[in-house]
Design a protein around this ligand. Structure first.
Ligand SMILES: Nc1ncnc2c1ncn2[C@@H]1O[C@H](COP(=O)(O)OP(=O)(O)OP(=O)(O)O)[C@@H](O)[C@H]1O
Ligand SMILES: [Mg+2]
Length: 335
């Protein structure tokens, strides 16, 4: 459905001059610096997959999305979406895809929402029946009713995002590209949008690529995770597999009847957090040993009331990878 083969995108930027008016000098500078925003990215995504595309600021996520939606032409490599080369056939590609850039609306700023939707109906040549069907469905799940007569520029961020999502789906695209659709939203609005996206993926079979900095989005929605670091893929696999790979990062919640002054007898574990008689513990870096054995040891040495084991969150794993306290084995795309 979506295929990227050794995609690269370089930007040439003027080297900034030094000192006062440095930025101004840059305008006339002949010295160029090359930024490799996307540096050999390959992946293949099947119909109906829900893929999280993550990485730190500047990793190259938006640049990839822009190539796949036909906004940017890659410097080398190739991409196909539903058999179409997006940057060569942008119009035909647009008929099959929906796009939301959370940072920027795709709607007409001064038009009421309803009229924006009518414009899209005309642009995509959506049949009246199909349009009515989708409008009904989208309005009910996204609760668009109260927004329909309001000009886009007057919508709140969360309202605007809902309208942008609806707009991207009116023509029932097979593929949906979402670049930070939950940015800036409150907890409840995020949750509503997640539920909605899950439903669209399940009921319409829409293939979704989601870029986000919110790992709860990933945890809730994305079976698969592709992680970028400075333009390169460093992980591509099941979200659960990433969790299992770092199962050693598992956190234990231990409640003591009598809180010991230290855990010197179980040096494998370190304290992450303390809350009265409850401690959050995890394996110390480099410590071996298996879960059952270490819990047995803990219970033998101290007066333990209760132990529970928590899966590490995707959030904590990803943060650790960014902070380089966890490292992934070198990634090689097969094939
Ligand atoms: N039009 C452009 N001209 C020059 N450099 C650019 C351009 N667009 C992107 N870049 C650079 O390419 C790199 C990747 O940018 P990109 O927007 O793809 O990152 P991102 O992963 O989406 O980051 P964020 O999480 O902050 O949105 C950055 O270093 C950025 O400054
Ligand atoms: Mg971005």
């Amino acid at each position: 459905m979506i295929e990227a083969v050794n995609l690269k995108k370089e930007f040439r930027v003027n080297e900034p001059g030094e000192g006062t008016f440095g930025a101004l000098k840059a305008l006339f500078s002949t010295r160029k610096r090359i930024i490799r925003a996307v540096d050999g990215v390959s992946f293949a995504i099947k119909r109906g997959e829900f893929v999280g595309y993550v990485g730190e600021n500047g990793a190259g996520k938006s640049t990839t999305i822009k190539i796949l939606t036909g906004i940017l032409v890659p410097s080398s490599g190739s991409a196909r979406v539903n058999g179409i080369i997006p940057y060569e056939d942008r119009r035909r590609n647009a008929a099959n895809i929906g796009v939301v850039f959370g940072q920027r609306t795709q709607l007409w700023w001064d038009l009421p929402v309803r009229e924006s939707f009518e414009m899209l109906k005309a642009i995509y040549r959506i049949k009246p029946d199909d349009f009515a069907h989708m409008m009904k469905k989208l309005s009910s799940v996204l609760d668009l009713g109260p927004m329909m007569i309001i000009p886009v520029r007057k919508l709140s961020l969360g309202q605007r995002m809902k309208c942008d999502l609806a707009a991207s789906l009116l023509h029932r695209p097979g593929v949906l590209f979402l670049d930070e659709p939950t940015i800036g939203l409150d907890v409840l609005a995020k949750e509503n949008i997640r539920t909605f996206l899950g439903e669209i993926n399940a009921t319409e079979g829409t293939t979704i690529i989601l870029t986000t900095h919110d790992m709860n989005d990933i945890e809730r929605l994305c079976g698969r995770l592709i992680m970028l670091d400075r333009g390169r893929v460093i992980y591509d696999g099941l979200t659960n597999e990433l969790k299992q790979r770092f199962a050693r990062e598992k956190l234990f919640e231990v409640e003591f009847r009598v809180r010991p002054p230290s855990l010197a007898d179980v040096p494998e574990l370190e304290v992450v957090e303390e809350r009265g008689s409850k401690l959050s513990l995890r394996f110390r870096d480099g410590a071996g040993g298996d879960l059952a054995a270490v819990i047995g040891k803990l219970a033998a040495k101290y007066d333990v009331k209760d132990v529970s084991v928590r899966e590490p969150s995707v959030e904590s794993i990803v943060r650790s990878i960014y902070e380089k306290t966890l490292s992934l084995p070198p990634y090689r795309a097969d094939g």
